[in-house]
Design a protein around this ligand. Structure first.
Ligand SMILES: Nc1ncnc2c1ncn2[C@@H]1O[C@H](COP(=O)(O)OP(=O)(O)OP(=O)(O)O)[C@@H](O)[C@H]1O
Ligand SMILES: [Mg+2]
Length: 221
């Protein structure tokens, strides 16, 4: 589904954030991207979701070489990804409902469908009773769950989360991870960056980065 071949990423004026990365991700897999701060985890997730372009090397997504992606093909590609950012980027001047509805409005979904889908997403993360509340009054774990609801409302086939539990206590963290696992169980490809592997009984693949280099490359299947 996703294949990196000898991918390098260098930000202007910086050292290589990623060096010679070759990896493969199959549909439906659970992937953890691990490594210390600055290792390149966020950069790898941004390359996977085509938020950033590689400096060199090729990235193939569903048989399409992203190097040759046209600007007008971008929105179509983006729709397949649900992103949860490191700083979850909620809109604090809008209600929970409006935060989750935003991607649907952008994607020109039939208005009569929006309410049903927003509530289904809020329900999935246990926030249905909070739809009229402003995000500021939610707890840290609830804000993170709201970011997940916004990422899943477009029914993406790939869910990408950048350190979704970094600022949460253990109880909240387990709860958030279980939401991700439930999506993987119904066929969504789930890619999560994290300083270390959380507790799970599900079969997963780990990509461990150290200063931009992939360690212990898993066997490609
Ligand atoms: N937009 C940017 N412009 C310039 N340099 C960047 C940019 N984003 C990341 N970098 C650099 O690339 C390297 C990798 O950063 P990245 O954010 O991918 O690491 P990370 O593993 O996600 O770290 P953390 O665990 O702290 O989130 C770092 O040296 C960082 O300074
Ligand atoms: Mg990061």
């Amino acid at each position: 589904m996703i294949k990196f071949s000898n991918v390098y990423k260098r930000y202007p004026g910086e050292m290589d954030a990623l060096q010679d990365i070759s990896l493969e991700i199959s549909s439906g897999e659970l992937i953890f991207v691990t490594g210390p701060s600055g290792a390149g985890k966020s950069t790898l997730l941004k390359l996977i979701s085509a938020v950033e372009k590689p400096t060199s090397g090729t990235i193939i997504f569903e048989n399409q070489n992203l190097n040759y992606l046209q600007k007008n093909e971008m929105p179509f590609l983006r729709r397949k990804f649900g992103m949860i950012f490191q700083d979850h980027k909620l809109l604090f001047d809008r209600t929970c409902y409006d935060n989750v509805a935003l991607p649907l409005a952008i994607n020109e979904i039939d208005p009569s469908d929006i309410g049903r889908r927003v509530r289904a997403a809020l329900n999935k993360v246990g926030l249905l009773t909070k739809e009229r509340v402003m995000p500021m009054s939610l707890s840290g774990g609830e804000q993170q769950r709201l970011a997940i609801a916004r990422a899943i409302v477009s029914r993406p086939s790939i869910l990408i989360a950048d350190e979704p539990t970094a600022n949460l206590d253990r109880g909240y963290a387990d709860e958030i991870m279980n939401i991700f696992y439930s999506f993987q169980q119904v066929g969504v490809t789930v890619i999560i960056s994290s300083h270390e592997i959380p507790k799970t009984t599900i079969h997963y693949k780990e990509f461990h980065l150290i200063t931009g280099n992939l360690q212990n490359v898993p066997l490609l299947t």
